[in-house]
Ligand binder design. Structure first.
Ligand code: ADP
Ligand code: MG
Length: 302
């Protein structure tokens, strides 16, 4: 039995179609990435999956049950961090962690202390006084403190600084080691690459790609710009190097993720003066693989 099974899920908000025949299957023990730009339908899908929102058509099964009818039972077996974290402004971070943690049954006090320390949270402050990042930490700790089968995070690292993103990633890896199932959404491809066994990419309410990162390797090329001390040679013969533009000691190209190590080693023999490496953004990827007709919202860039 799959932990999450979504088949042909369709959702309308009034006349606006937010989801069109979405399919998503997550197996036990998987860390699954749900990727798409803002407005693609990630939160809508997750809310329907959690029984917080009604679907129009399709089938949704969560741990073998119907999330709309069995919500109470199911919510004891999972932890969910919504996209927009709203906490009670007059409770302290520590109180919220206790409250949310207890909703799912007992939790380990030592685990609570350990997480507070790792995320460097001051649990004595009122939630109303926390920054966005600190509110997000409270929500993440409240979920991570629970020992449940399934963890669902909607844009979990929004508002976290890179150091804390690292802490979060480590926590997810530990959950995976413990055999837990994790579904996390993000609008940044690179963010989930190191974490996820499989991903689905959603755009305008439709799933456009599903697979492992190896299967989606063509999507995960990194752009490299390098200035070297000596003229660079030999790149044109390396499998996995693409779109090479070379001008003496200056080169620009893209490289497949699994060839990165080899290519960087090759480059060092020419002496590296500067090297800029940029992971592919979702928008680049859409333009490259799904045609120019996909243009981004110019105001938000998303
Ligand atoms: P994502 O989480 O990927 O950013 P959402 O699921 O929040 O996307 O939104 C998908 C689309 O549905 C967007 O175009 C959004 O504006 C629209 N939408 C979301 N919630 C509502 C709502 N309550 N009423 C009307 N439209 C909505
Ligand atoms: Mg969202």
């Amino acid at each position: 039995m799959s932990v999450i099974e979504i088949k042909n899920l369709t959702k309308y908000y009034g006349k606006f179609q937010a989801l069109n025949k979405v399919n998503l299957t997550v197996e036990k023990g998987e860390v699954y990435g749900f990727i798409g730009p803002n407005g693609a339908g990630k939160s809508t899908t997750l809310r329907i999956l959690l029984g917080l929102l009604r679907k129009n058509e399709g089938e949704v099964k969560l741990m073998g049950q119907d999330p709309w009818h069995d919500a109470v039972k199911l919510h004891k077996k999972l932890a969910y961090v919504p996209g927009e974290v709203n906490l009670w402004p007059n409770l302290t971070g520590g109180e919220v962690i206790d409250l949310l943690g207890r909703l799912r049954g007992e939790f380990d006090i030592e685990r609570r202390e350990e997480l507070i320390k790792r995320f460097k949270l001051d649990p004595t402050k009122k939630c109303g006084a926390y920054s966005t990042g600190n509110k997000q930490k409270v929500a993440l700790i409240s979920a991570l403190v629970s020992d449940v089968e399934l963890y669902i995070f909607d844009e979990p690292t929004l508002g976290l600084d890179p150091l804390m993103e690292g802490v979060f990633r480590k926590c997810i890896k530990e959950l995976k080691k413990g055999g837990k199932t994790v579904l996390l959404s993000s609008h940044i491809l690179a963010e989930v690459e190191a974490l996820c066994d499989r991903v689905s990419i959603i755009r305008d309410g439709e799933i456009i790609e599903t697979g492992t990162f190896t299967q989606l390797r063509h999507l995960t090329r990194t752009s490299i710009t390098i200035d070297s001390f000596q003229p660079i040679t030999g790149l044109e013969n390396i499998d996995g190097v693409h779109n090479l533009v070379i001008d003496g000691d200056h080169a620009h190209f893209s490289v497949d993720a699994e060839k990165m190590d080899f290519v960087v080693k090759h480059l060092t023999q020419f002496g590296i003066q500067s090297l800029i490496s940029t992971p592919p953004t979702l928008e680049e990827l859409f333009i490259r693989y799904y045609g120019e007709e996909y243009s981004l919202d110019e105001e938000t860039g998303k």
